[in-house]
Design a binder for this molecule. Structure first.
Ligand SMILES: Cc1ncc(COP(=O)(O)O)c(C=O)c1O
Length: 394
């Protein structure tokens, strides 16, 4: 049995390699930043969620060290047994204050926050609406919940309204959407969704993993960008991207909901506490952002600068202003080959193809950071132009 399963694994791997869809795991020998050393080569980093450059910021590293010294390496436990320190409560309070909500609960990741959200809140009599392109962690969380499911076509507001009308027969309703769809850098229609949720008595939840610290004048995310922060009652998010780049996630919202999650959410009840060093670093990240939103402004200016230059150079870039800037090239094998060619030219950027994105829409997904200089971005555009010409993309 073991032999046949292993043989099957090998045949699947061979298949991925033959179709050009095998994912390379490159190894860094430096911390992450604007430039990194990967497989022995110094390259420009254009494929990280280190949006604010906090991953290796001296204040963040210092905060992690201090937390390690003060609070130790870990709790050897889950939160509700003996795993909650003052530091965790402080971080939860800081997150709640940042979003202007009552309370927050920490998880080891946003994956865990999403996976542990629906099942404790909704039962068979309830309805759960989810956008067809929502993140994989939401999809898995939805699978674990017994509520009636409505998977609505991506950003189809008429479809959402129809589902909400049908769902009036259910006891309670919850609608979840990504704030930013990560393959596109596309912003969800939160104002319209808030209108619909208010009209049909439905709780709106936004996973803002790619927007916290990224969008809005003060980095409060997609809803701040769209001017509807108070109309979104619940957010989930990650501490593993802009806000320290290590790990951790959270759900933030009304007191009673967060309290019930502490009682019943399985991904916190049965999984260890966030390590103190990570909690300390993330707490510092929120404090830095509140103190001075300048890195958010720099990030946003960099994103516009890069997007404009790439469009002027003739690349196909979907409309938008998010620092995720997809460069559409069509074929999956071409996207992966261009990624390899760009690496040879000193630019580290990932290629994504089917089934992660629709057939024929393979892309190089550039991610811009506040730590990039304009000259870094000019260098990246120049490399893209070279490689784009070689592959007949521009
Ligand atoms: C929209 C969204 N939600 C959740 C996650 C998972 O976050 P974490 O890495 O904290 O598990 C991601 C990460 O890619 C994401 O993009």
């Amino acid at each position: 049995m073991t032999t046949s399963l292993t043989a099957w694994c090998q045949s699947e791997i061979d298949n991925l390699k033959a179709t050009g869809t095998f994912k390379l795991e490159r190894v860094l020998s430096t911390p992450t930043g604007a430039r990194v050393v990967v497989d022995g080569r110094e390259v420009l980093m254009l494929t990280s969620n280190n949006y604010l450059g906090f991953a290796n910021h001296p204040r963040i590293v210092e905060a992690a060290k201090k937390a390690l010294d003060r609070w130790g390496n870990g709790l050897g436990s889950v939160r509700f047994i003996c795993g909650t320190q003052e530091l965790h409560k402080e971080l939860e309070a800081e997150i709640a204050k940042f979003f202007g909500k009552d309370d927050a609960i920490l998880y080891m990741s946003c994956w865990n926050a999403n996976e542990g959200l629906f099942q404790p809140l909704l039962a068979e009599e309830d309805a759960l609406l989810t956008d067809g392109l929502n993140h994989a962690s939401i999809i898995d969380g939805v699978r674990l919940c017994k509520a009636k499911r409505y998977i609505t076509p991506h950003n189809d507001l008429a479809g959402v309204e129809k589902s909400l009308q049908e769902a009036q027969a259910q006891r309670r309703r919850l609608l979840i959407t990504d704030g930013v769809f990560s393959m596109e850098g596309e912003i969800g229609p939160l104002v319209e969704l808030a209108d619909l949720c208010e009209k049909y008595d439905t709780t709106l939840v936004v996973d803002d993993s790619h927007a916290t610290g990224v969008l809005g004048a003060t980095g409060r995310g997609t809803a701040e960008d769209l001017g509807c922060l108070e109309r979104v009652p619940v957010f989930t998010g990650t501490l593993g991207k802009a806000m320290g780049s290590a790990a951790g996630g959270f759900t933030v919202g009304p007191k009673a909901m967060v309290e019930l999650l502490r009682q019943r959410s399985r991904t916190t009840l049965f999984s260890n506490t966030l390590p103190p060093a990570v909690a300390g670093a993330s707490l510092e990240a929120f404090r830095m952002l509140v103190e001075d939103p300048a890195p958010v402004k720099k990030l946003q200016a960099n994103a516009v600068y890069f997007r404009t230059k790439m469009k002027t150079a003739g690349f196909t870039i979907p409309e938008g202003h998010h620092p995720i800037c997809p460069v559409i090239v069509g074929d999956t094998a071409k996207a992966l080959a261009m990624s390899a060619a760009l690496f040879q030219r000193g630019v580290y950027v990932s290629g994504f193809g089917f089934p992660v994105v629709p057939q024929g829409h393979a892309r190089l997904r550039c991610q811009i950071s506040a730590v990039h200089t304009e000259s870094d971005l000019d260098e990246a555009v120049a490399a893209f132009v070279h490689v784009g010409r070689d592959f007949g993309v521009v």
